[in-house]
Ligand binder design. Structure first.
Ligand SMILES: [Zn+2]
Length: 235
C-alpha cells in the first residue's frame, strides 16, 4: 500500500495565507516578483499555475520550502508541455527567501485567459492498493502495460482523482511520458480540470494543460540529497 493525498479545494482565499499555503491558480503567495519567469520562446511573462509546501503530501521537500510551478499560456506558439523548452518553470524556494503577500501577475501582450483561484483547504488521504514493491513498474513503459488494470489505473481515469500527491503516478491513457526516465519519480500531478468543495459537480479548468492533459511534477534525482524538479504535461 502507498499513501496518496487528494487536495480538497476551496474557491475562498485563505485568511491564514502564508508560506505554507497550497494553491492552484490566481496569484502566488510569497513568490519574489523579481524572479517571475519569462517564456524562453515568446518572452512573455509565464503564468502562475500552482504552489505547494513540503509536508506529508510532498515529503521530498523540506517543511520550510515550497515548490512553485509556472507555464506559458501563449498557446499558439510555445511548447509549454515540454520540460526542456523553457516554456514552463519550476522553482523550489526556502520560506526564508519568500516575499510577503500575494504577487501579482506581470502584464502579457496576448489575450490572457481567465482561470480561477483555488486553495487547498485540506488533504484527503487514500491508501492506494498499489504494493510499494511495484512502484518501479510505473516508470517502465513495458512493465506498466503488463500491470493488472486495478493496479495500473486504480482511479479508472476519474478526473477527480487525477490531481494528487504521493503514491504512484496515475498516468493518462498514453502511459509513461517519454520525458520521465525510469530512475525519476513523480511527486504530484495536476489534472486540467478540477472540482471545488463549493461546486463538487462542476469541472473548471485550471490552465491549458493541453486541454485535457495532466501535468506531472517530478524529481529527476530521487536518490540525491536534494530534488531536481521538472514539470511535464501529458495527454
Ligand atoms: Zn511562450
Amino acid at each position: 500500500m502507498v499513501r496518496t493525498y487528494f487536495p480538497e479545494l476551496t474557491e475562498a482565499r485563505s485568511p491564514a495565507a502564508g508560506p505554507s499555503l497550497a494553491k492552484i491558480g490566481g496569484a502566488p503567495w510569497g513568490f519574489p516578483r523579481e524572479r517571475w519567469p519569462r517564456c524562453a520562446t515568446c518572452g512573455q511573462a509565464q503564468r502562475f499555475l500552482a504552489q505547494f509546501p513540503g509536508g506529508e503530501h510532498l515529503p521530498r521537500l523540506g517543511a520550510e520550502e515550497s515548490v512553485y510551478i509556472f507555464k506559458c499560456e501563449n498557446e499558439t506558439i510555445c511548447d509549454f508541455w515540454d520540460p526542456q523548452s523553457g516554456c514552463n518553470r519550476v522553482f523550489l524556494l526556502k520560506h526564508n527567501d519568500l516575499s510577503t503577500g500575494y504577487t501579482q501577475q506581470p502584464p502579457v501582450d496576448y489575450p490572457d485567459p481567465e482561470f480561477g483561484e483555488y486553495t487547498v483547504a485540506s488533504w484527503r488521504v487514500f491508501e492506494d492498493p498499489i504494493p510499494a514493491t511495484r512502484e518501479a513498474d510505473f516508470y517502465d513503459a513495458e512493465a506498466f502495460l503488463a500491470l493488472p488494470e486495478e493496479l495500473a489505473v486504480p482511479h479508472d481515469f476519474d478526473t477527480n482523482q487525477s490531481t494528487k500527491f504521493g503514491g504512484a503516478p496515475y498516468w493518462t491513457g498514453n502511459g509513461v511520458p517519454a520525458e520521465i526516465a525510469s530512475d525519476m519519480r513523480v511527486l504530484g500531478q495536476l489534472n486540467s480540470w478540477i472540482c471545488t468543495m463549493e461546486h463538487p459537480e462542476d469541472y473548471v479548468e485550471i490552465g491549458n494543460l493541453c486541454f485535457d492533459g495532466i501535468g506531472y511534477l517530478y524529481d529527476q534525482t530521487p536518490e540525491a540529497s536534494r530534488p531536481d524538479l521538472r514539470f511535464v504535461i501529458s495527454r
